[in-house]
Design a protein around this ligand. Structure first.
Ligand code: ZN
Length: 124
């Protein structure tokens, strides 16, 4: 019997749940041991490693672009969507990406206007 698939989103989140890196993939609808999950998590990890490798020394730290939580406090988690294929999920994923970009832009504006980092916004 063919197992039902769903689109999942693996995301690296800071403790305030700002999305830093995310990727979508198809995996079993129920089975969290589906190898597709570990492949996606490894991919996210590689992206985080790229960020870490940009730190030349202890002089610079990399933090969440919104709240500056340090990279070591970030976690990776997988969320299931209602979509069955990446093609079906693409319009929704594009909208989410635009929302994240708009949010980051707003925070950068605030920060530069006030000359200091914004307070943790309420996560929603
Ligand atoms: Zn954050």
């Amino acid at each position: 019997m063919e197992k039902e698939k769903r689109v999942w989103i693996a995301q690296a989140l800071c403790p305030a749940r700002h999305v830093i890196v995310a990727g979508a993939y198809e995996a079993d609808a129920e089975d969290r041991t589906d190898p597709a999950h570990s492949i996606a998590f490894e991919e996210i990890d590689r992206e985080l490693d790229k960020l870490r490798s940009m730190i030349p020394s202890k002089v610079m730290t990399i933090g969440c672009p919104v709240c500056e939580a340090p990279i070591d406090s970030w976690g990776i988690e997988a969320q299931r969507t209602k979509f069955k294929t990446i093609e079906e999920a693409t319009p929704e994923l594009d909208r989410e990406t635009e929302k994240i970009k708009a949010c980051l832009f707003a925070h950068r504006m605030l920060r530069s206007m006030k000359g200091k980092p914004p307070q943790n916004p309420a996560s929603n």
